[in-house]
Design a protein around this ligand. Structure first.
Ligand code: AKB
Length: 316
């Protein structure tokens, strides 16, 4: 049985991924690693928790040794909007933190999953059907750390045989933990506000198309890739994965099918708008499909129905 450490386990993806991994591999075999915020509820009660600041290599090594970890899902990261506001912090966490995790993994022979992002692309990237292998010249600090992270992970695989794998996540939409500091966060906030106020003011412009994904598909991608036959992987860091592409208007229209009086207006944040404008509209994920049979369950209509059902109960 695998022995897994999840860094960033209290975050948006980490909190749900840790619970899924515990279900698949056993509660005691999955250590939730968090930096400052202690988990609460089922995340804390269902298995081990350790404070793991990925910028402290010794701490990462101590936890890996203590639990005989063989696989790390390294989710601790600073997202795009916060990275633009705090570039030093983003470099430290996203690059130095990843470097520490890779070094510890080299020493203790761990496999490593590291999420990259649509943010690894930039304004000179082909925006439609963005190919797996294409121009990556992002103009944001987040993007710089994501491209460097992809290269670093590939380097550790080729040079040291560390089993590194990753996906380029689109904006992730979930009904449990809120995202923090991303450019795609509007696509989560909008559901909460639609239920609470029947109105949402969006910080991205109408017509801003971005790849998005519902959390169950995002979790499946991480697990399926880490379980994939390594002999079939031509790429490693990181695979394009895609399930739906929409702009705020399309998302509003899908919500209006359930809440007809829902109103959408705009108060555009120039910083996040510029970030979003530099990212692809939709990615070509055929390499992931060919190399590890990537597939998904949720399109926009199915996701909206599920989000509204779950959140309506939760917000009562
Ligand atoms: C963000 O908006 O920063 C993230 C991402 C697309 O990587 N959700």
């Amino acid at each position: 049985m695998k022995k897994i450490l999840v860094t960033g386990s209290v975050g948006q993806i980490g909190s749900e991924l840790t619970m899924l991994l515990r279900k698949l591999y056993g509660n005691d075999n999955v250590v939730a690693g968090g930096n400052r915020t202690k988990p609460t509820g089922k995340l804390l009660e269902s298995g081990p928790f350790e404070i793991v600041d990925c910028t402290d290599a010794q701490k990462v090594a101590d936890v890996v040794k203590k639990y005989e970890i063989d696989t790390i899902y390294h989710l601790a990261a600073i997202l795009s909007a916060v990275a633009e506001a705090k570039p030093n912090l983003a470099w430290n966490v996203n690059i130095n933190g990843l470097y520490n995790v890779l070094e510890v993994s080299r020493e203790y022979k761990c496999a490593v999953f590291t999420p990259s992002s649509i943010g690894a692309f930039g304004p000179s990237t082909p925006p439609d059907d963005t190919p797996q292998d294409t121009i990556q010249r992002p103009n944001t600090m987040y993007g710089v750390t994501k491209v460097a992270g992809e290269l670093l992970c590939d380097y550790y695989f080729k040079r040291f045989n560390v089993d590194t794998r990753g996906v380029r996540y689109p904006g992730i939409i979930s009904n449990e933990t809120l995202p923090g500091g991303g450019t795609t966060d509007y696509a989560v906030d909008i559901y909460y506000e639609a239920i609470k106020k029947k109105q949402y003011t969006c910080f991205l412009e109408a017509g801003t198309f971005l790849d998005m994904m519902y959390m169950p598909d995002a979790l499946k991608a991480a697990v399926d890739l880490m379980e994939a036959d390594p002999a079939k992987l031509i790429h490693r860091n990181a695979f394009n994965i895609s399930t739906m592409s929409f702009d705020p208007e399309m998302l509003g229209a899908s919500i209006r099918k359930h809440i007809p009086e829902f109103k959408l207006d705009y108060d555009v944040d120039p910083i996040r708008q510029a970030i979003a404008a530099s990212w692809p509209n939709n990615m070509d994920d055929s390499a992931a499909t060919e190399e590890w049979a990537w597939n998904y369950d949720f399109d926009l209509a199915k996701m909206t129905a599920d989000m509204l059902t779950v959140l309506t109960k939760k917000l009562k």
